[in-house]
Design a protein around this ligand. Structure first.
Ligand code: CDP
Ligand code: MG
Length: 662
């Protein structure tokens, strides 16, 4: 391996200090502006110090690949030899590999097999400021592991955001790499002032405002937005201008294009990946709509969502900084200065946005012990922890007999599914009941916002249109009916005719696309995990039993004379008026969500049989017996039995043989 350093990179000035700190300390924090050389140069410094088993983590696959390629090129070795990368489904490493680029998620998964990380002598946690759940986990894990692995060296790198926190956590020195940056002029262009019709128009206007020389970087919230913007800007036929997309799922060769030299001007349309993890060279101007997809747990929907949200001030300044690296830059923000100033300073760490049931599930699958004792940088709230544990008991993921922390077989499988635990439980039950095809469609629908629109001024017309999809006893089945209809129409109609149909029939076209995307992705993952999706059209009772396994605390029993339901733990709810069951509420229901708006409403409901709840919730129900008596006719001791689920009488009065009861 050829080890040399580019004198133009800011990190080169601090090479000796970094090497010395790594020799003297077990953990070193390196902070610096993006583009200063942390990612590409630190592993070389570690190599120079004789380290030969270096794990170098990246938040995204695209970065793991491209960084490995870059380091291999710099060191004049083949990719996959001394320098390689491993991401899910793609391992480009060999016996010779000393610098191994991995995603932080992959390193976390490796812990399952190698608790002491014994295959590594050095771990570089790159981009720690991103504070994803994986990063927070790894940091906490390393904190516990380091005393038992005195030979292991750790380097933590971060953009210049909140660096002291990492240093305090590990009692580690901080080395600041000062980037050479030029001034960036910030211009605010909110649509209210420019009159832009939409984001695409606003971007095009910003492009025309900028000089025709010099590359532009535009931040967009996702692949789809990038594709739309590519079409839109190509339509403008800018002279001598090349439009390049940059996002995670792009083919490796296309990703590599952004690093190649080129004549004329370039407009790079990128996701957040270009904010800190990949440095697009030669950028003079940035256009920032100020949005990003941020993963959040929705209390209301009980699912992990990826809504598009305003970015934090720290993110905005990282984005602006991308154009001050070669000369003076201009950053055009497509929002107002007041908007900017009212935004949060930092993005909150993922652990505070995420459903703790899923965190706890992962921790249990790693045998990490009690979450209270785990050294998280930002420990989660204790009430949120007990809510999370209760939900896991309910779903049968934790074995109450083994001290309540051991995962059951089902819990272990749930931990491998990338959905909210309730939904994961449904998918596993559906696989066993042979109705996974149907349940995948329903679960995907529950992961997005309802694609049926009900605009205030056209409520009646919308209801009439949607009535066609209604199923009398189950709102879940109406998702299936709608799904089949959409499938048929898509096959029959041109895409513009389909769009029109959606508009005329009060269906949200974008959400329908999202529904199909989520479905395809979940189906793929389910198959990878050995589940068998199968075709649609299973017995509806089975579909409902599968759904019920994830909704046991969302069961309700109606008063014989009223419309109100008695729910778990004495909650009282009514079926939401939009439901197909609202007119004729059945005696017992399950609902997908309980929403509080003045009173408690159950949304997306289905009629269920009490016996299903008794069977599916066998680990939760209480049996109460009374009046034991000798029955001469049966020749046995008989008693009256009552079966309760979270206080709801599933079976009010049943005669059973007392002798059989233990
Ligand atoms: O990690 P940090 O942001 O501090 O910098 P880096 O990613 O190591 O990037 C250092 C320099 O290498 C930048 O100027 C990048 O543009 C360049 N680079 C590149 O040309 N090709 C890559 N695949 C990666 C980095
Ligand atoms: Mg970096």
């Amino acid at each position: 391996m050829k080890i040399s350093y580019d004198p133009a990179l800011p990190i080169t000035d601090r090479h000796d200090d970094i090497a010395a700190a790594m020799r003297d300390h077990q953990v070193v924090v390196v902070a610096g502006e993006t583009g200063s050389g942390k990612t590409t140069q630190l592993p070389k410094i570690a190599y120079e110090l004789g380290r030969r088993a270096i794990a170098h983590t990246q938040p995204r696959r695209i970065a793991a690949r491209s960084v490995a390629k870059r380091i291999a090129d710099e060191c004049e070795v083949d990719l996959g030899a001394e320098v390689g990368y491993a991401v899910r489904f793609d391992d480009q490493t060999s016996e010779a590999t000393a610098i191994r680029l991995v995603t932080d998620g992959l390193l976390l998964a490796e812990l399952q097999r190698d608790r002491r990380l014994s295959r590594y002598d050095t771990v570089i946690i790159d981009e720690a400021h991103e504070r994803s759940l994986s990063i927070d986990f790894l940091l906490g894990y390393l904190k516990q592991l380091l005393p038992r692995r005195p030979d292991l060296k750790v380097v933590i790198t971060s953009a210049t955001i909140d660096v002291e926190r990492f240093a305090e956590m590990f009692d580690a020195p901080v080395i600041e790499v000062s980037g050479r940056t030029y001034p960036v002029e910030i211009r605010y262009r909110p649509p209210a002032e420019t009159g832009a019709d939409d984001e695409l128009d606003a971007i095009a206007q910003a492009v025309s405002e900028l000089p025709t020389e010099g590359d532009i970087l535009v931040f967009l919230s996702g692949e789809r937005e990038i594709r739309d913007a590519t079409d839109h800007l190509n339509g403008k036929k800018y002279p001598r201008t090349e439009i390049l997309p940059l996002y995670g799922r792009l083919a490796a060769a296309d990703q590599q294009k952004i690093f190649s030299s080129h004549p004329g001007r370039r407009i790079v349309l990128a996701t957040n990946v270009a904010e800190t993890s990949l440095t697009v060279p030669g950028i003079r101007y940035v256009i920032d709509p100020g949005l990003a997809r941020i993963s959040r747990f929705s209390q209301r929907l009980k699912v992990q969502r990826l809504p598009i949200e305003p970015i934090s001030q720290a993110s905005a300044s990282q984005r602006a900084g991308r154009c001050g690296r070669v000369a003076d830059g201009i950053c055009i923000r497509l929002y107002s200065e007041e908007d900017h100033d009212s935004r949060p300073e930092f993005t909150d760490p993922e652990i505070q946005r995420t459903n703790l049931a899923s965190v706890l599930l992962q921790m249990a699958s790693l045998d990490l012990g009690d979450i209270k004792d785990f050294p998280f940088l930002d420990p989660p709230d204790s009430r949120a922890v007990s809510d999370g544990l209760n939900l896991l008991y309910e779903l049968g993921a934790l074995d109450t007999k083994k001290g309540g922390r051991a995962l059951t077989k089902i819990g272990r499988r749930m931990s491998t599914l990338p959905t909210d635990p309730r939904l994961a439980r449904m998918l596993l039950a559906a696989d066993q009941l042979g109705c996974l095809g149907d349940v995948l469609v329903i679960v995907s629908a529950m992961s997005i916002q309802d694609p049926r629109e009900r605009p205030l001024e056209h409520q009646q017309a919308a209801d009439e249109m949607h009535r066609r999809f209604r199923e009398p006893d189950s709102d879940f089945l109406s998702y299936l009916t709608l799904w089949k209809y959409i499938r048929e129409m898509r096959d029959e109609l041109s895409s513009s005719a389909f769009r029109r149909l959606c508009r005329d029939e009060f269906l949200h076209w974008l959400r329908i696309r999202e529904w199909q995307d989520v479905h395809a992705q979940l189906r793929r993952t389910a198959k990878e995990l050995g589940l068998k999706p199968g075709a649609l059209g299973a017995d509806p009772d089975r579909v409902h039993q599968a759904l019920l396994s994830g909704l046991l605390s969302h069961v309700g029993l109606r008063d014989t004379d009223g419309r109100e339901y008695l729910g778990a733990r004495q909650a009282k709810f009514m079926i939401f008026p939009g439901s197909g069951l609202a007119k004729k509420p059945p005696r017992m229901v399950m609902v997908a969500e309980l929403v509080e708006t003045g009173r408690l409403w159950g949304r997306t409901a289905a009629k269920i049989q009490p016996e299903w709840a008794e069977e599916v919730g066998a680990h939760l129900v209480n049996h109460v017996y009374s009046e034991p008596h000798w029955s001469r006719r049966r020749g046995a001791v008989m008693a009256r039995e009552k079966v309760l689920l979270f206080g709801i009488p599933l079976i009010a009065d049943r005669l059973v043989q007392y002798g059989k009861i233990d």
